[in-house]
Design a protein around this ligand. Structure first.
Ligand SMILES: [Zn+2]
Length: 346
């Protein structure tokens, strides 16, 4: 399909969903709508330069989302909604729960003040071994490497030529598609191609490349929440925490029982010890699932959220495969786009 026609159809669909949203929610009652956010960062912040656009909304957009949600739905704590789903189903109303994946520091800096302003609860899914460290996730590290190489050479076909180590050069070259001129598509393709390896293999390659490019991370570069911030979020009573594994390892890449236990169970116990409360919700990294993992999760958690798009029927919840709707700036920057997006049909 021609790109202009595609854009036109998308714009028309947004308008129709926006105009028909009151009718849509009139016919679709008794749902739990779970929204997924990752990062809330101001436009042009340094951190947003090294991040996938699909991971970010800016504070103004997040403020608008909360205002719009408060007008349409009762916003509830996710765990409360899951535990009381049958009761909520009887009201015939639609409920919304807000979730944040990964435990970014910007959730504290930019999202929390807005959640307080609108008095809205949210659940943050933490990666237990990353808390209070200067670690970050490999897609961001890969983007930073690409930005660094691109600042030295604009020519994508020779981007990796300055890397001294031939193994690093061969791996990074294999991830890149220099025919993609659009910067977003170029980065998205590199991340998608890198995913053919396990997370630990990707991280090993990135460790070596960062060393060659002298890209070191210091404690002042911390982008993940620390325990003081988590404590303040807890004290507010608005924020609850779930588990998002120990190292953000994609579960479908784990074949070893011990590693699976470490990622799914040890992480939960580590969080419970520090938070001094039980952690009953799990979030699949990258949305990847496996039968073996689902078995372990159902033994240790009361529910799990996925990246499958859609609404959840309160009278028939599938607690270990809860659907969500992912929010990012490009798809939700005005009220029309946002109201179309939250129907789960866009
Ligand atoms: Zn994640």
């Amino acid at each position: 399909m021609n790109a202009n026609l595609k854009k036109f159809l998308k714009r028309t669909a947004v308008k129709l969903f926006h105009l028909g949203s009151a009718v849509f929610w009139g016919f679709n009652r008794g749902n739990l709508i779970i929204l997924t956010y990752h990062r809330v960062l101001p436009d042009n912040s340094i951190e947003s330069r090294d991040e996938q656009p699909g991971m970010i909304v800016n504070p103004e957009t997040f403020d608008m989302h909360l205002r719009e949600l408060n007008k349409r739905f009762e916003i509830v704590d996710l765990e409360y909604a899951i535990n009381n789903s049958k009761l909520l189903a009887k009201t015939g109303k639609n409920y919304c729960a807000i979730t944040f994946d990964d435990g970014w520091k910007d959730n504290f800096d930019f999202a929390f003040p807005l959640l307080k302003k609108h008095n809205v609860p949210a659940t943050i899914f933490l990666v237990s071994s990353f808390i209070e460290t200067s670690n970050t996730f490999w897609p961001g590290r890969l983007i930073k490497i690409l930005n660094n190489l691109q600042s030295a050479s604009k020519d994508r076909s020779t981007l990796t030529s300055t890397l001294p180590d031939s193994e690093s050069k061969a791996w990074l070259t294999s991830c890149l598609d220099s025919t993609l001129s659009d910067p977003k598509l170029f980065v998205d393709a590199a991340i998608s191609n890198a995913k053919s390896l396990s997370d630990s293999a990707i991280n090993q390659h990135l460790d070596k490349i960062e060393e060659q490019l002298k890209l070191t991370r210091s404690p002042s570069d911390r982008v993940i929440l620390n325990w003081d911030e988590i404590d303040e979020l807890t004290q507010s009573k608005l924020i609850k925490f779930g588990c998002h594994t120990k190292h953000h390892t994609r579960i479908n890449h784990i074949n070893n029982k011990q590693l699976l236990k470490e990622e799914l169970v040890d992480s939960k116990h580590d969080l419970e010890k520090k938070l001094n409360t039980s952690v009953s919700l799990f979030c699949y990294p990258n949305g990847d699932q496996s039968t073996q993992a689902e078995q372990v999760i159902s033994e240790h958690y009361s529910a799990a959220v996925t990246t499958c798009k859609g609404l959840n029927k309160l009278n028939n919840l599938a607690p270990y495969t809860l659907k969500r709707i992912t929010m990012h700036q490009g798809g939700s920057y005005d009220a029309a786009r946002f109201s179309a997006k939250i129907t789960g049909r866009m």
